[in-house]
Design a protein around this ligand. Sequence first.
Ligand code: SF4
Length: 323
Amino acid sequence: MTKTIRLSAGTAAVAGLTRMRLAEAPTTAYIMVGEVCSAKCGFCPQSKCATSGPGLLSRVNWPKFTVSQAVAALAGAVADRRFERICIQVVQSDHSSDLCQELVRDLRASVAAPVAVSAAPADIDSAVSWLQAGADRIGLPLDAACERVYAEVKQASWSRSLAVIEEAANRFPGRVSTHLIVGLGETEEEAIAFLELMAKYGVTVGLFAFTPVKGTPLASQASPAVEVYRRVQVARFLIDKKFPGVKFAFSEGRLTGWGVHESTLKQLLADGEAFRTSGCAACNRPYYNERPRGVMFNYPRPLRSHEAVACIEAALGMTPERG
Ligand code: SF4
């Protein structure tokens, strides 16, 4: 049987497999392996409790290609410097872990780009097998900021998943990422405590904004307020860069202080870097959480100065940001 995988719509277009006008091009090639996940994440169209259809991940369409077609196209696109990285999203379904291992080997043999593998932190053995196959990084998305939200939204064991991430971070220092989805019901204080815990483990955090998707249990829930998202982005940036003097203050779970003078904060944030997509190097995920004409939660490119000013003002609670 011919093996098939899915590519995000933007990836397929940049790889020349489809024709599509892109407002922003992905700098990482996103691949999906497996379909119809055995997990029950309430926000995910791939989860076994969703009715969204097999070709969706977040709000993005993922057309299907044969493995040989996709690998050949990605090899050409990487050689042309159209992609700087490859990321394989592994859906927890039959044989997906083995297919991912084979795919990492195929990619390492013919595509000159680093390969990340992103999969639920179910067990350490799979992560080890993908790194041994040639992946340079492992993404183990926790998605939820704390045990309370994890149980509600993912219906899985927080302590077990956290233990897998901690072990991976100890065994493969500097090579582990996780994801945090803002807007699943956590407070800003819980989200920032999560960021500080991951920094302690040495785990890179990719921030996502909750995106309601038709056919999922959380389809009627709203995306986070952009001001909340901006504050969490700034906190992630300050923690990641280890800026001295940062001391977060909270009131009823809401972030109310940074421990840094506002003028200093504005200087630190002036280039807008804090509001760009975070995660592995070169992972820019264009329109993964946004509509082209909506609010841009994660900027997939350097910000223009007026965009940076608007983001800073939203984060510091001066002027609400509008799409
Ligand atoms: S941060 Fe990006 S490249 Fe890294 S595992 Fe997550 S989606 Fe993949």
